[in-house]
Ligand binder design. Structure first.
Ligand code: MG
Length: 431
């Protein structure tokens, strides 16, 4: 008898393989078997490696000068980063996914979460295969697809898929136990170096051990975020787009508009808002971005001509300042904006994320006036964040972000109170 229960919802994570290096290869078939690496802004560090380059032992984030001899010896093809190209290829990958499933949530430059519910969940394996096949055929980029009951499990499945045949599903059972057993706890999504050390001191070394650990202990060691991760490993969804761990190397902030936007001013405001959100996240994680891409597009489903454009802006120096980011989005918008279109979505991608001071320095930083400016900026941003933490997000904002009631903002008049995350929306009891 067919089951009347609807199939359990699943998450798919689609992750492009060696993304920047794969993009460089697209138009250079002669590089098919040669190791390829891509360098960060100012050609400082290695930020992407093809499989062949990985096999040579070239580390992620390694300064170029340290491996220069190795690169030369093995005839490695070395590229400066080409954010315009990567941004555009990424948007093609996302669009290809959108041709298969209705919701695509871009998570980083080359990764997207895809919720599969109802009929989609029932055919999850078929859809995963199709995503794997179609992205490769339409864009030339290879992807790995991981399926799991939660985002965290889908992430682990995608790592496994990368090493296998491109698609992996993590269901409960002995096979999943084996995969979690083989996953070091530090590789679990959201478990950073500090949490890793803490867990190890309690003899928790693998994802499986974290899943099966005592809840009270995890809560004590890692707080609420770690508790969420442990629950996710058990197949209980706890993370959404807002509280998911931040990607390590690139960050996306983008959103569809509440209603179509033709006005350039509104596009500028929306992009400034994304700059502001992204800046806040960067500072929270003590990171700086080296590059930024602006992306605007019209709707895929409409009578009007489709328009989709990205522009990349090099930041004069790595930064986490909202002021710098807003200025950069304004420059990007100048490059992509064409009048006459009804825009449906705008967003930014920040690239080349690294901790302040972790990349090769720029001598000019020491001598020019910008260094002084940067100190003021740091203080200003610290004050801004402190106020917003205390009184609620958006209490202090940049004028460039426009008004709270602007038509491009997503309407959420009927949103229920955020009872667990906002103090002023706590349920009230009168007696
Ligand atoms: Mg990737």
């Amino acid at each position: 008898m067919p089951s009347t229960n609807s199939p359990r919802a699943l998450w798919a994570l689609v992750d492009c393989n060696n993304f920047f290096a794969s993009c460089e290869r697209l138009f250079r078939p002669d590089l098919a078997d040669r190791p390829v690496v891509v360098l960060s802004n100012n050609d400082g560090c290695i930020v992407a490696r093809s499989n062949e380059a990985k096999a040579l032992g070239i580390g992620m984030g390694e300064p170029e000068f340290k491996v220069r001899e190795l690169l030369r010896m093995h005839k490695v093809a070395v590229f400066s980063s080409n954010y315009v190209l990567y941004g555009d290829i990424a948007s093609r990958v996302m669009r290809t996914l959108e041709s298969i499933v209705p919701d695509v949530e871009q998570y980083s430059i080359d990764e997207a979460f895809v919720p599969l519910r109802g009929a989609l969940a029932a055919d999850a394996d078929g859809i995963a295969d199709e995503m794997w096949r179609r992205v490769r055929r339409w864009t030339g980029i290879g992807v790995a697809v991981g399926l799991g009951a939660t985002r965290t499990l889908a992430k682990i499945a995608s790592e496994k898929a990368k090493k296998g045949n491109g698609v992996c599903r993590l269901d409960a059972g002995p096979e999943a136990d084996g995969i979690l057993e083989a996953t070091p706890v530090g590789d679990v999504w959201g478990i950073g170096r500090k949490s890793d050390l803490k867990l190890r001191s309690y003899d928790i070394y693998t994802a499986r051990q974290l899943r099966d650990a005592d809840g009270a202990l995890i809560r004590k060691l890692l707080g609420i975020a770690g508790t969420h991760t442990a629950l996710e490993l058990r197949g209980i969804p706890c993370l959404d787009a807002a509280n998911a761990p931040m990607p390590r190397r690139s960050m996306v902030s983008s959103r569809s508009f509440g209603e179509k936007v033709r006005d350039k001013q509104y596009l500028a405001e929306a992009l400034a808002m994304h700059a502001s959100l992204a800046g806040e996240r960067l500072r929270k994680e003590t990171l700086e971005a080296g590059g930024l891409t602006v992306h605007i597009r019209t709707s895929r489903h409409g009578v009007e001509a489709f328009y989709d454009e990205t522009a990349s802006v090099t930041l004069a120096r790595p930064t986490s300042s909202t002021r710098d980011l807003i200025r950069a989005t304004a420059r990007g918008l100048e490059a992509v904006y064409r009048p006459g279109h009804a825009y449906a979505k705008a967003g930014i991608i920040l690239y080349d994320l690294a901790a302040p001071g972790s990349r090769p320095g720029n001598l000019l930083d020491w001598v020019n006036a910008e260094a002084v400016d940067k100190k003021c900026d740091t203080k200003l941003m610290r004050a801004l964040d402190a106020v917003n933490r205390r009184f609620g997000r958006g209490m202090l904002r940049f004028a460039a972000e426009g008004e709270r009631e602007a038509p491009w903002r997503v309407k959420s008049n009927r949103r229920s109170p955020r009872a667990t995350t906002a103090w002023d929306e706590l349920p009230m009891v009168k007696c």
